[in-house]
Write a protein that binds this ligand. Structure first.
Ligand code: ADP
Ligand code: MG
Ligand code: MG
Length: 909
């Protein structure tokens, strides 16, 4: 991306009077908000003037332990002077005071996670000047009390309740019902009480010097970058901690001067469904946070047309222009002061996966963007939302709806009621599925929202916190369900005469807003229904759009996409999802099929080779049929089959269970063949016991100890391929030997495969092509890849084991310490979810380079979980693999991520 380089020393960027120092390409320095304000200013839109203190200053603030160097302070003062000139008002003036907001804003939007302070610059004198200028004492004192409350809370860290308590007391004694009922005298009283709160709680006077206010507010915004909820948010969304936030200081405009004023937020399209409709909410006579805070219920934005037609028309024109300019849906904030419209923010709107696909395809149809741009517009991860289940409509109809709220984020949610975010986390840990029910969520609830099946709130609109975060997370959410009466201390809510307790099951539909008290079975998503052929593609609009988008993606990607699938139906589904080949078919999964385990156990328990061969010959026809089915399911695309991998004890009963059974039988004096058999199994289990099974007798090591297993598996594969060939349907099986670190291991197994394959082909009188290769998953395999490639026709990087063995982290035990590692910044991401490009990735790179040196046409792929992770797919593209293999449901993610990688852009930017 073209970043406009500014002079290195510039730390503060001005915007105002139709010109700005910054622009849209400077999000790194100015944050999203700052760059948007600059871009809108340059476009001649009505933006209150101000300046942005860059994210670099945030880093300096942390490096220097909270100290801002003098030259930066000077630059801030100069910009403030410039602002005062443009605004024709002076900070702290008793005749014509300038009021500003101090707004946080990082490169990636983090809704509500950091702090913003409004009405800064007021003090005991300036408020009088403000009153004189606006000829509105009520308004002046309302602004002052808001400022003390926000400043007190954000900067001086006094709990909100301390202020609310005083406010309610004044309201009560004045007999006021709404905040707007208080007159100037009452508000003066509130101000006095607030100042006392500050004195008592912060042990200092409320700062009267506006310069000091500004400095303190700026530093508080920097500090808010590191508050726990912001840190948690960044962890969830993989936003690095080091990038910091910018601070925007901007002249205030007022939506709270009376009935000709207001404030609102909106989207150029519906962010839940993607529908092309003007979408949003506003409040008359209100300021800033009032809309999102859910204190008053806002009006739908369309109603603004009746109240203030001119401002509405202008707003529509401006936002339509912004959408064209940015070539994407815009999420905007505005304020109307005495019928004059001001734009306060614009950014790409966060949307559900569903909306993302609808919007991308619509924008192409409207010729606003090209298919290439559409491919870049959708976050690959969000596609998984389109595959998640909905309710069975027949079941759903049977249950009465108890209340209907606003459909904030689509999806079907069913779970047990909890009332706090902490409980949501606690219950989820116990394996329960929960729905978080709140009056209104706050940014501190983020961890609980993340684990819940869905979020249900009683107040708040379509742009409330619960709605915004729900959509972003792809969590079904219903908000503003006014019928709910929540008593969280009693852990119950009442609705339509019924009482629902913590732990009871409820369900809701995020697309319609309906809430029901029951657990409701769900059914596959529309897309899955089409893929399973239970719904004709023509009947599903979303399927057609999904297919179009992915077909575009296929044109741009270089990486092939395969699936990890073990059974014919999985292969069929993966094919329908667009996988062209299987990158990993785990033969042992077939051993767990019905009626097979006893045969497998007989094979393992066999003491003599002849007995083992007898058991294997029983398995042979079963495996052959499996492979045949998988080949058919993949429609002739390549299928990589891995020979047996796990340690044998995994197929036997648990040692403890056997011991208990034996002890019980002995106690009951039950003698006979059953007991003898159990004893024999126990003895074998004990013989097979290993201290570190993951590092034990598994993978190629099994094939070497028991060549007859490799023989049987080869025979099954080649016989199935011959059968296909006889049916006029050609397949090229790729036989993959796992866990090879020494070339001689592979040589040993390859000799068996080649010998048996030749035998089978002779018997069958058919010739089929097949490949022999290996999984590269022990570090030695990568390091000796040049040598291994002399025997291998393909490599598939098994990045799960490779990660385990490179770090020495057990995948099953990392949960015990990963969080600590992340908290201490030793690791940023879970290396089992996103490939560690530096370490494990380097081994992949080495394997690729050395392998290709020996064999230029070596086929290279990856079959670990990372194959379905967008960021990892980018890496595999860069390192030059031929394909990635992902689980069937992740195939669409991999297709889109592979296209984005080829178009050389970052994910989620
Ligand atoms: P957030 O990032 O949490 O949305 P903002 O910095 O956007 O925080 O501020 C929240 C709200 O405060 C804005 O939507 C706007 O309504 C109000 N606000 C901020 N700056 C100003 C200003 N200069 N004049 C009027 N209102 C403002
Ligand atoms: Mg905002
Ligand atoms: Mg492995």
């Amino acid at each position: 991306m073209a970043t406009t380089k500014s002079s290195k020393s510039q730390k503060v960027y001005f915007f105002g009077n139709g010109k700005a120092d910054g622009n849209r390409h400077m999000k790194d320095l100015l944050g999203g908000k700052g760059s948007g304000l600059a871009e809108m200013t340059n476009a001649g839109l009505p933006v209150p003037p101000g300046f942005t203190i860059s994210t670099e200053v945030c880093s300096i603030y942390y490096d220097q332990k909270g100290h801002i160097p003098t030259p930066i302070d000077k630059a801030i003062s100069e910009n403030l002077k410039r602002l005062e000139k443009v605004a024709s008002a002076t900070l702290g003036s008793s005749s014509n005071p300038l009021l500003v907001s101090v707004r946080s804003g990082a490169k990636f939007s983090m809704p509500g996670m950091m702090d913003t302070i409004l009405n800064l610059g007021l003090n005991d004198e300036a408020v009088e000047g403000f009153k004189a200028r606006t000829k509105n004492g009520r308004f002046a004192y309302d602004s002052y009390r808001r400022f003390i409350q926000m400043f007190g809370n954000v900067v001086l860290e006094i709990p909100k309740e301390a202020f609310e308590h005083e406010f309610d007391a004044v309201k009560k004694s004045a007999g006021a019902r709404q905040d707007t009922d208080l007159d100037e005298a009452a508000l003066r009283q509130v101000v006095d009480r607030y100042k006392k709160v500050v004195r008592d709680r912060a042990k200092r006077e409320f700062p009267q010097n506006p310069r000091e206010q500004l400095q303190m507010a700026r530093d508080a915004v920097f500090r808010s970058w590191m508050n726990p909820r912001a840190i948690e948010y960044r962890r969830i969304y993989d936003i690095p901690d080091h990038i910091g936030t910018a601070v925007n200081v901007q002249m205030m405009v007022f939506g709270n001067t009376g009935d000709r004023s207001g404030t609102g937020v909106g989207f150029t399209r519906n962010p839940a469904t993607g529908k092309k409709e003007f979408y949003g909410e506003f409040l008359i006579n209100a300021q800033g946070e009032d809309v999102v805070a859910g204190i008053r219920t806002p009006q739908p934005i369309r109603e603004l047309e009746q109240v203030m037609p001119k401002a509405y028309k202008q707003l529509r024109e401006i936002t339509t222009r912004l959408e064209k300019h940015y070539k994407d849906v815009q999420d905007f904030e505005f304020t109307i002061q005495d019928e004059r419209l001001f734009m306060l923010q614009t950014r790409s709107g966060k949307r559900t996966g569903y909306a993302a696909v609808v919007i991308a395809t619509d924008l192409v149809d409207e010729k606003l963007i090209t298919p290439k741009e559409a491919v870049l517009l959708v976050d690959p991860e969000s596609l998984t939302q389109l595959l998640s289940p909905g309710f069975d409509p027949d079941e759903w109809k049977k249950i009465p709806t108890v209340t209907t709220g606003l459909p904030a984020s689509p999806g079907a949610a069913s779970g047990q009621v909890v009332f706090t975010a902490d409980e949501a986390v606690e219950w989820t840990k116990q394996g329960k599925q929960v729905i978080l029910v709140r009056r209104e969520t706050v940014p501190d609830d983020i961890h609980g929202m993340f684990v819940s099946q869905g979020i249900l709130t009683a107040t708040g609109g379509m742009t409330s916190h619960a709605a915004v975060v729900g959509r972003q997370m792809g969590k079904p959410s219903v908000v503003g369900a006014g019928g709910l009466e929540i008593h969280d201390s009693a852990k119950v809510f009442k609705v339509g005469g019924q009482t629902v307790r913590e732990g009871e099951f409820i369900s809701f539909d995020g697309l319609t807003g309906e809430v029901k008290i029951a657990r409701v079975a769900s059914r596959p998503s529309e897309i899955l229904q089409v893929l399973n052929k239970t719904l004709p593609p023509k009947k599903s609009d979303i399927y057609q759009r999904f297919e179009r988008l992915l077909t575009w993606a296929d044109k741009f990607r270089r990486l092939g996409v395969r699936a990890n699938a073990d059974q014919p139906d999985q292969a069929e589904l993966a094919y329908a999802f667009g996988a062209r080949g299987i990158g990993l078919c785990r033969t042992e999964h077939m051993f767990f099929g019905e009626g097979r385990i006893p045969i497998v156990q007989r094979m393992i328990l066999a003491e003599k080779e002849a007995d083992r061969r007898r058991a294997l010959s029983e398995l042979l026809p079963l495996q052959r049929d499996d492979f045949y089915g998988v080949f058919k399911g993949m429609h002739g695309e390549p299928v990589t089959i891995r020979t047996i991998d796990p340690p044998l004890h995994e197929f036997l009963p648990k040692r403890e269970e056997l011991m208990v059974d034996i002890a019980r039988m002995e106690a009951l004096n039950q003698k006979g063949p059953e007991l003898d058999e159990k004893r024999r199994v126990l003895a074998r289990v004990e013989q097979l016991h290993e201290f570190n099974p993951m590092l034990g007798h598994r993978g190629v090591r099994l094939g070497i100890s028991y060549p007859e297993i490799t023989e049987m598996q080869t025979r099954a594969i080649i016989e199935a391929a011959c059968r296909c060939a006889k049916e006029g349907f050609s397949v090229v099986p790729e036989i993959m030997i796992p866990l090879v670190g020494i070339v001689k291991e592979l040589k040993d197994q390859k000799a068996i495969v080649d010998r048996v394959a030749a035998e089978v082909m002779k018997e069958q009188g058919v010739k089929v092509k097949y490949l022999v290769g290996t999984m590269i998953e022990v570090p030695r395999g990568s390091i000796r890849a040049d040598e291994i490639a002399t025997e291998a026709q393909f490599f598939s990087f098994g990045t799960n084991d490779l990660t385990q063995l490179t770090f020495g982290f057990s995948r099953d035990d990392i949960g015990k310490f990963l969080r600590v590692y992340q908290d201490k910044k030793i690791l940023e991401k879970d290396p089992f979810a996103t490939i560690d490009t530096e370490g494990v990735g380097d081994l992949v790179r080495i394997g690729v380079e050395r392998g290709r040196k020996t064999r230029a046409d070596l086929k290279l792929g990856i079959c670990g979980e990372h194959g379905g992770d967008a960021a990892s797919v980018h890496f595999f593209h860069t390192v030059g693999l031929d394909y990635v293999s992902a689980s069937p449901y992740r195939v669409p993610v991999a297709r889109l991520a592979a296209a984005q990688a080829a178009l050389a852009t970052r994910v989620g930017d």
